[in-house]
Design a protein around this ligand. Structure first.
Ligand code: IMP
Length: 427
């Protein structure tokens, strides 16, 4: 009954999609457990290149049942579009299921995400404006509409009527924009309901049954640990938990079921949106990494901020998630650099510290303390064996392994499935 949680260990975009697609070849169930279509999981495989936003990255393996868990907020229009695109490209989605407990992203969530960001002015969070934050806020406020409501149109209408009146007061009186029409939103969501109803299930039961059959289950995280609303760089975070603990809640699984927790770390750091990032490189090395790695958001196209590997943040991530192993992705991006830096501590107000401050203002004042290592300046994309990596690349990985304090299971040297070095077994 193994369950492996695949967790973003930095600020998202670590390459979880590739790792899930790879491991899914041996799995029977893959569950996406948090976030919404703010996520963009890049997958390159024999079907082609994909940027998945809601459908789990296990969808390309024909034996895998894919579940969008209760912890995800779903924009039904986006999900339908994604299913159609996958089908057009020859990917079968008949094994996709959606939890009946997942909250829906409604048109007012998307409007409010944009309006709230505008209102923040210079203090904008840099959200993806997909309505994810407002949808999770409504879930907590018990103002959400859920996928299960799609199965009873009268109840859906009643619930929508009471909520939309309230949202229209906010839209018109606070933001001075036009109200939404109940009839139009209802008609549109009835169409979505028609299309998505066949996928909706009590998915936690499906999961329990898969586990009782001894099947391998993967939990697919979205975003990264440092965007967690509790442990990330609050308020510059997302609105649902990308942590392993969030995986249990968002999939509907007891914590005692987790067998392995795989932290996915990029070989350097990136961040998109606002908030502090101690190792950010605002120089030509940062630009070089961005262009070489094409570090632009899969969801918004925004340029990602690039920087050196932050081992202080990484260690924090290992501790808070309890990683049993790590995947280091995009090692090949560093192939051309003559020297590499790893941040091993911070200098905060004249003191050297080795912890990740919870206070965002303190983190913004942290200056990285670097350790320098020689680069390898040789291509690694065709290497499949750890021993064949250049000595300097092995030294770099070994140092990361030591600093993040968990064994490295996988090293990715390119986007394709086979561009992976299996250093030590996950299970
Ligand atoms: P939201 O999740 O759209 O509300 O955005 C909040 C913050 O999380 C912003 O800084 C976003 O850029 C960031 N964020 C959300 N989803 C992702 C992701 O999938 N990758 C990287 N950053 C993300």
């Amino acid at each position: 009954m193994p369950v492996i949680a695949i967790i973003g260990a930095q600020w998202g975009d670590e390459g979880k999609g590739k790792v899930v697609d790879l491991l899914a070849q041996k799995a029977r169930v893959v569950v996406r457990f948090s976030g919404g279509d703010n996520a963009g999981h890049s997958v390159v495989n024999p079907y082609g290149e994909f940027g998945l936003h809601l459908v789990p990255s296990g969808i390309f393996s024909s034996q895998v049942v894919c579940i969008i868990g209760n912890g995800v907020v779903i924009n039904p229009g986006v999900l339908i579009g994604e299913i159609e695109q996958l089908n057009q490209r020859g990917v079968d989605t008949s094994r996709l299921f959606i939890s009946d407990r997942a909250n829906l992203i409604m048109p007012y969530h998307i409007l409010l995400d944009g309006l709230e960001e505008e209102a923040r002015g210079g203090k904008a969070l840099g959200t993806t404006r997909k309505g994810v934050g407002p949808a999770f806020a409504d879930k907590a406020a018990r103002l959400g509409i859920r996928t299960g409501d799609f199965l009873d149109r009268e109840a859906l209408l009643e619930r929508l009527r009471s909520i939309i009146d309230y949202k229209n007061i906010i839209l018109t009186k606070i933001y001075g924009v036009s109200p939404l029409s109940l009839d139009e939103v209802y008609a549109q969501y009835c169409q979505y309901a028609e299309r998505l109803a066949p996928y909706i299930r009590e998915t936690a039961i499906m999961l329990e049954e898969a586990l009782s059959r001894g099947e391998l289950v993967l939990l697919e995280g979205a975003q990264g640990t440092l965007l967690d609303p509790d442990f990330g760089t609050y308020p510059y975070t997302t609105s649902s938990s990308p942590l392993a603990g969030g995986g249990c809640l968002g999939a509907g699984l007891s914590p005692t079921r987790l067998t392995r927790i795989l932290g996915v770390f990029k070989a350097y750091c990136t961040r998109v949106g606002g908030g502090p990032m101690p190792t950010e490189l605002k120089d030509e090395t940062g630009d070089l990494i961005r262009e070489r790695a094409h570090e632009y958001g899969t969801t918004t196209g925004r340029p990602r901020r690039c920087g050196w590997f932050d081992a202080v943040a990484a260690r924090f991530s290992t501790r808070i998630n309890g990683f049993t192993g790590a995947a280091i992705t995009r090692l090949d991006i560093l192939d051309i650099l003559p020297r590499l830096k790893i941040c091993v501590a911070y200098q905060l107000d004249g003191q050297k510290i080795d912890y990740f401050p919870g206070n965002v203002a303190a983190l913004a004042r942290c200056q990285p303390v670097y350790e320098e290592l020689p680069g390898w300046q040789a291509p690694t994309s065709d290497i499949r064996n750890y021993d064949q990596l250049p000595l300097e690349a092995r030294q770099y990985v070994a140092r990361l392994e030591e600093l993040i304090a968990c064994p490295v299971n996988l090293i990715c040297v390119g986007p394709e499935r086979e561009q992976t070095i299996h250093k030590t077994p996950i299970l």
